[in-house]
Write a protein that binds this ligand. Sequence first.
Ligand SMILES: [Cu+2]
Length: 292
Amino acid sequence: MFNRLPVTLLFAAAGLAGCKSDRPAAEAQPASAAPAASEGAPAAPPQVTITATDYKLELPASIPAGVVALHLVNHGKELHQAQLVRLDDGKTADDVMAAAKRPGPPPAWAKFVGGPNGVAPGQETTSTSSLEPGHYVAICLIPGPDEIPHVMKGMIQPFEVTPSGGAPAQATPAGDTVTMADYSFRLSRPLAPGHHTIMVENAGTQPHELVLLRLAPGKTVKDFGTWATTGKQKGPPPAIPLGGVAVLEKAGSGQFSVELTPGEYGLICFVPDSKDGKPHLMHGMESQFKVD
Ligand SMILES: [Cu+2]
């Protein structure tokens, strides 16, 4: 399945599910824990740190179910993401690797539920999701200049989401929404400079992802699409990926936060089309906007 991803699924990580906050929440993770809620107020979601290097993803072996903020830190020299994939009972990371080596669409037992999307070396990003209990893997499907997706080099890490009995956590209310369709992004309103929490919803029939790009002067989203796919990542990148939400299946949602400064930005989706296998950007799933 991931064989044809090298070029096509560039930033496709599996997306996390929605961030509606009516799920039982989670005790804070010992590692990076969550703010406590005041009496009567919903708890803030626990935070889990995911560290990416060339080529490993590190995260806790167990995460409490419910709303969780996933903070991805890229210590590598290449672009990385943390696509979350929920596996049916009995399936393991080895099954995912075996499937990755076969051509064809992803197996039905693997559900792409979002997660923090691609960030440049040295960057970090946070994506908030609502996770059901179950077996999961975090993977990086972004290829390097050799067009081999990082999952094939070991960027796959299993983890469990375990039932939790705490008070419901509350995601930060999103001030902005991006609705994804086949094949478009629609912003609920223009984005001003400053901090934003952005809800991403998949209203399409196919899986989609959102990668937020800050464009280099004079460059376009299309330039980045070409650089990342057919251009073998040669030369200076025409844009810096600032995260987003990795692949979400139909009706999935997740949110991410970002600090915007004035400039030109883009949104792009690299998910391979279910009919012709071309990345969605080639079906027009890319858009550009100005922050000023
Ligand atoms: Cu798409």
